[in-house]
Design a protein around this ligand. Structure first.
Ligand code: SF4
Length: 239
């Protein structure tokens, strides 16, 4: 059976995007295939996974990594009344085979950087919600930018919105964002998604100009439902 390194497991509410406020269990995978400039997540693989059994308590116990799907199922079993299980990271698609073996009894909500199309094919039938990021040139650190964008478009196509799966696109906007980059990528994926979420970056020193952001939303609204939603969980200090 597949095993995966997990950073943390806890129950909280979704802090981003159109499902903000919904109660979820979070399964944060370690490791990422990208290295974004504004990344504020610890993606290191550690020997243990921290587990908060009592939501909001700040009291953790530590479980040895890697974990099997059965061990994860047991750990999330006590959490009640959840909308879905958020698969987050790092990059969850690095562990596509592990995800396809999960049997948790609640819908799966994938938070992905959408750059691993071959892995996306392996999970497409078991995911109910896709929160797909687009990494724009200023966030992307690497030489193969064109192939990165092509993989992003391909991954959105594979995980596109259907009758049984929602798929939306989240784009972090910084003061360095070129609106034309956003418009170009949205034009390429708009048929695969239900809406766009423009997320002003949380780091104060990188925040975008408000007028530029509102102009971008206005331009996108001519074509597709577009929301501006910041990270809300950081406002009230929950995980
Ligand atoms: S894809 Fe997400 S986790 Fe990975 S480096 Fe970028 S911001 Fe960090």
């Amino acid at each position: 059976m597949m095993e995966a390194p997990i950073t943390e497991i806890f129950c909280s509410v979704q802090g981003e995007g159109p499902y903000v406020g919904n109660r979820q269990v979070f399964l944060r995978f370690a490791g990422c295939n990208l290295n974004c400039t504004y990344c504020d997540t610890n993606v290191q693989i550690s020997e243990t996974c921290r587990y908060e059994q009592d939501p909001g308590s700040g009291i953790f116990r530590y479980v040895k990594n890697p974990l099997s799907p059965c061990e994860v199922e047991e750990l999330i079993d006590p959490f009640m009344n959840v909308h879905s299980l958020s698969l987050t990271g790092g990059e969850p698609l690095l562990y596509a085979d592990f995800i396809s073996e999960l049997n948790v009894g609640v819908p799966l909500y994938l938070e992905s950087n959408m750059t691993l199309p071959d892995m996306a094919k392996r999970v497409k039938d078991c995911i109910s919600f896709v929160s797909g990021d687009v990494k724009l040139p200023e966030a992307f650190q690497g030489e193969k930018l064109n192939s990165h964008i092509e993989k992003t478009i391909e991954t959105f196509k594979i995980l596109r919105k259907t009758d049984y799966r929602d798929c939306f696109c989240k784009i972090v906007i910084t003061k360095n964002t070129n609106s034309l980059d956003v418009l170009n990528v949205v034009a390429a994926i708009r048929n695969y998604i239900s809406c766009i979420v423009l997320q002003p970056v949380t780091q104060f020193e990188l925040r975008p100009n408000i007028r530029v952001l509102l102009e971008l939303q206005n331009e996108l609204l001519g074509d597709i439902d577009t929301l501006i939603i910041p990270q809300t969980h950081k406002m009230w200090g929950c995980l």
